[in-house]
Design a binder for this molecule. Sequence first.
Ligand code: ZN
Ligand code: ZN
Ligand code: ZN
Length: 255
Amino acid sequence: MKITFLGTGTSQGVPVIGCTCDVCRSLDYRDKRLRTALHIAVDGQSLVVDTGPDFRQQMLREYIERLDAVLFTHAHRDHTAGLDDVRAYNFLQNMDMPVYGSQATLDQLAVEYAYALSGPAYPGIPRLTLLPINEDAFTVNGISILPLPVMHLRMPVFGFRIGNFSYITDANYIPEETFERLQGTEVLVLNALQREHHISHFNLGEALETIQRIAPRQTYLTHISHKLGLHSAVQHELPATVALAYDGLQVDIGS
Ligand SMILES: [Zn+2]
Ligand SMILES: [Zn+2]
Ligand SMILES: [Zn+2]
């Protein structure tokens, strides 16, 4: 299994339009963060978690020529706004795109993509097959995936576990049952927005406490705001087993 961080930024991305802070003016490529999304290559399958507004740019950058399915964590726009561009894969692969998410997520997609999901099919629209999932494990073309229910203020969000890899974005609370599902995770991705408290995301301190409890071999932090600081400076402060993710980072994860 190989993961690629398509984007590691919070909803506005980094740099933020109009901001002149040190992070937004940084020339370090690791301080350029598109909206959070992940690509997973596993057992010959090509999956993405979320299709934010930068989806097209991300798939071009990473030369991803095939896409077998989309998994959605939740329906916030910074995770869904690029879904229209799966059209490219509809044409290339001559198939409808399987889209997995909670019923609440799919209901929201049905509103936002009504032109594709209801009414007469207009030529050129994205072709989507919505596949509801609940908290039970499910399989995508033979890949077993375990949902990781977490909370994002009052909104239920799914993280996903495949083998010894677990991915959680947009959370500020992890229930006990989900900590049990995380046991044995060797590589973890977790959101850490900024240093200050935030109403719907773990801040850096909360993320580090959560990581201590899960105790993976290696953790990557994602969904990062310009307020967290320069990549190079923040990375110095972190424990040896924790790294800031950055756009384009690839990690090989055993199986
Ligand atoms: Zn988000
Ligand atoms: Zn800034
Ligand atoms: Zn969100």
